[in-house]
Each structure stands twice: as structure tokens, then as C-alpha cells.
Design a protein around this ligand. Structure first.
Ligand code: ZN
Length: 151
């Protein structure tokens, strides 16, 4: 299991160093945000919803490596999915994070998040962006503010 743990850590560290889809999405018509005061994690998720499909998705945030890597992985895995598909994927990920049980075939790179299971205090870090994404996708349409804030 040590090799697997190392692999998971390398995925987490890679996504934390080079987060994917890290931007404000100018075409977004849904926004969701969340924060985890226990750790200081913050994330804002931008979704371009077309019908019931997540046509595009991005995020910005700050916080620990797990929270930012999870958000990065989230954008890669929810882009192009319907809301129903996104809910199913998010449900699988949250189960994975809480139990550490991996289904390699279904979860691919998301399996990296299984390692969080060993650190119960970090579970909220990992689930934060997924909740924000679902809230965004299922929420009311709203304009995106692109005003520059402090990082
Ligand atoms: Zn955190």
C-alpha cells in the first residue's frame, strides 16, 4: 500500500502545484462558493451550464494542498457532465474520501483522494469544492463578478 500512497500523494501535490482550470470563467452563469474555517480553505466554483450540462467549469481558491488539488480534480471530472452525472460522480468521490475504498475503474485519477481517508480532519478539505460545484450547478442563474479581489 505504500506505493499506492506515494502515488496518491504525487497526484495531490501535482494538482496543488499546477491546479487545472484555475481561473474565473467569463462565460459562467452559475457560481458556488464554500469555505472550511477549520482549515482556512476557500473555493469559488464557476460553471457554464447549458441546459442540464456542465459545459465548462473552473475554480479559484486558497487553502491547503488537499482542498486545492481536490478542486482541480473536480473540474477535470465534472466538465461535460450532466448535473445527474455530476451528482453521481461527486457521491462516489465523497464515499471514497470517507471510506478509502477505491474503485479504480470508476474513479481514475480521483482515486488519489482515497488517501484523505487516513486523515479524518482533512475530509472537509477534500469535499469542499465538490459541494460548491453541485451548489453552483443546481443553483439559480447569476451573473459572475469579475472584479479583482485580493488573493
Ligand atoms: Zn484544508
Amino acid at each position: 500500500m505504500n506505493d499506492l500512497t506515494d502515488l496518491y500523494q504525487s497526484v495531490i501535490l501535482d494538482h496543488n502545484r499546477r491546479p487545472r482550470n484555475y481561473s474565473v470563467l467569463p462565460t459562467a452563469n452559475r457560481v458556488g462558493s464554500g469555505n472550511n474555517p477549520l482549515c482556512g480553505d476557500e473555493v469559488t466554483v464557476y460553471v457554464k451550464l447549458e441546459g442540464d450540462k456542465i459545459a465548462d467549469i473552473s475554480f479559484q481558491g486558497s487553502g491547503c494542498a488537499i482542498s486545492q488539488a481536490s478542486a482541480s480534480l473536480m473540474t477535470l471530472n465534472l466538465k461535460g457532465k450532466t448535473i445527474a452525472e455530476a451528482e453521481a460522480i461527486a457521491g462516489g468521490v465523497m464515499n471514497l474520501i470517507k471510506t478509502g475504498q477505491v474503485d479504480e475503474n470508476e474513479l481514475s485519477d480521483l482515486s488519489a483522494l482515497a488517501g484523505v481517508h487516513q486523515f479524518p480532519a482533512r475530509i472537509k478539505c477534500a469535499t469542499l469544492s465538490w459541494h460548491a460545484a453541485l451548489n453552483a450547478a443546481k443553483g439559480e442563474a447569476q451573473p459572475v463578478t469579475t472584479e479583482k479581489g485580493s488573493d
